[in-house]
Design a protein around this ligand. Structure first.
Ligand SMILES: [Fe+2]
Ligand SMILES: [Fe+2]
Length: 183
């Protein structure tokens, strides 16, 4: 499938707000890729498809993850939304998208992972700072996004983990491991 097909699929699958978010991630990721000497078209594609599975019902996410034999820890059973990246990466591979870096970026965009590549770092960051996002500290993070990919990912994780803990939410152990490896 060419990119235009993924774009159409995304636009026909997601609600308008999440279409706007996904387009924002695609554009932000393409800009970051150009800035960091990566390939903007691959970053744009990853942005377009990264949340395709995001609007499934949590019970369906659990069932599909089991069917696809995706790795699951206790936290995914408690918070199935964490599975939308891995589910979508598995579906994309099945549907003929074989760019390993794009698949990794989709799979890891919610938690990151200690060894994630630069395209995955770009999507992780773009997901947090695209233009429709709005939360305290985002302008500072948008500035830091150009100070180096690793420092930007570390700062983004610091903000996310702090926010999650302050709200009493679960934190995926992989997100903590990612933070530890990036600071
Ligand atoms: Fe997502
Ligand atoms: Fe997203």
């Amino acid at each position: 499938m060419a990119e235009i097909d993924w774009l159409e699929k995304m636009q026909s699958t997601l609600t308008p707000a999440r279409v706007a978010h996904s387009l924002g991630v695609a554009e932000t990721a393409a800009e970051l890729a150009a800035y960091y000497d990566e390939e903007p078209e691959r970053a744009r594609l990853a942005g377009i498809v990264h949340d395709l599975a995001r609007e499934m019902r949590p019970a369906d996410m659990l069932a599909e993850a089991l069917m696809r034999k995706l790795p699951m820890e206790r936290i995914e059973r408690q918070a199935p939304l964490l599975l939308h990246g891995p589910i979508e990466a598995s579906r994309l591979a099945e549907d003929g998208l074989h760019d390993a870096d794009v698949l990794q970026a989709v799979r890891l965009h919610t938690t990151g992972a200690p060894g994630m590549g630069r395209l995955a770092q770009i999507i992780f960051l773009a997901d947090a700072i695209e233009p429709t996002r709005e939360y305290p500290g985002i302008e500072e993070l948008r500035g830091i996004a150009k100070d180096g990919l690793r420092v930007a990912v570390a700062t983004c994780l610091k903000m996310q983990l702090t926010h999650l803990a302050s709200q009493g939410h679960l934190i995926h152990p992989r997100a903590v491991a990612t933070y530890n490896s990036f600071i």
